[in-house]
Design a protein around this ligand. Sequence first.
Ligand SMILES: Cc1cc2nc3c(=O)[nH]c(=O)nc-3n(C[C@H](O)[C@H](O)[C@H](O)COP(=O)(O)OP(=O)(O)OC[C@H]3O[C@@H](n4cnc5c(N)ncnc54)[C@H](O)[C@@H]3O)c2cc1C
Length: 295
Amino acid sequence: MKRFFQIFRLDQLLKNEPLKNHTTFKIGGPADLILMPGSWSDIITALQICAEEHLPYIVMGRGSNLLFRDEGFRGVVIKIDQPFKPPACSQCVLWADAGISLSALSNAALKESLTGLEFAGGIPGTLGGAVYMNAGAYGSEMKDVITEVELLTPEGHIQKIPASEMDFGYRTSRVQREKSIVLSAGIRLINGSYDDILAKMKDLGESRREKQPMDMPSAGSTFKRPLGYFAGKLIMDAGLSGAKVGGAQVSPKHCGFIVNGGGATARDVINLIEHVRETVYNKFDVLLEPEVRII
Ligand SMILES: Cc1cc2nc3c(=O)[nH]c(=O)nc-3n(C[C@H](O)[C@H](O)[C@H](O)COP(=O)(O)OP(=O)(O)OC[C@H]3O[C@@H](n4cnc5c(N)ncnc54)[C@H](O)[C@@H]3O)c2cc1C
């Protein structure tokens, strides 16, 4: 760890930092070290130090799909939640750094009157996290708009991968398998009308606020959508609306969300996830798979 303090600026490093300060769930024990890189070369250097010193590492964006355990993370968390340069637009392709938020990215598309990314404006993650997860909403997903992704392999090589080779599937991509890092991505959009794009973004934002517990800390949908069902409906029909374990609760507003009702531990959330899975399985013979990534 010492080498991080020799190489990086002090304001780029947080030692023994509670991860709850960095996740939308507001849950998670301490990380040995959090690095906030200021450039791609910072990330490459961090990977080199981790490899040489056999330090475990993990990459995170805005922590909006993560549940860190109460014990925290023994190793280095590389937090990529800021772009290193503004997005560039050429011939309907927006090219942006992984750390840009999806809301900033959709606003950049709006500014260019480009349509196709409205669905992502309300997803509270980064482009990197969205590529990793193939994030989606309202019938669209990242795979519909991504044209190419720039990846850093765990060995430190930079590769440009066309979307057709990203193995995008429902909430998955090749990044999950390879442990590579998303550096940037190109988004192909279509010329549209500024007013229509703005109206659609507002509409989708309102619909989110109406249906989802946006005022409570969470990591979004706790479970993946099982084939032929909706997780939230199954959980509601199983009589679990409002069910609690410690500070964790199945949101009565949208049963697909487990929320932190105040002081929830990761253990509370994990126990509630298990309780929900077991109850739904016993009632409906459907096994729910977590969408939230438990670290
Ligand atoms: C209120 C709320 C609403 C949500 N709505 C939706 C929704 O409609 N649709 C949806 O799909 N999701 C939704 N989510 C979940 C979440 O926002 C998305 O999964 C998002 O894409 C995660 O991005 P992130 O930057 O927060 O990633 P994080 O949560 O920080 O990380 C998620 C995973 O991505 C990896 N990762 C992050 N950045 C990189 C990178 N640069 N390179 C490689 N790997 C990386 C991490 O290692 C981790 O495994 C919602 C969450 C909340 C809290």
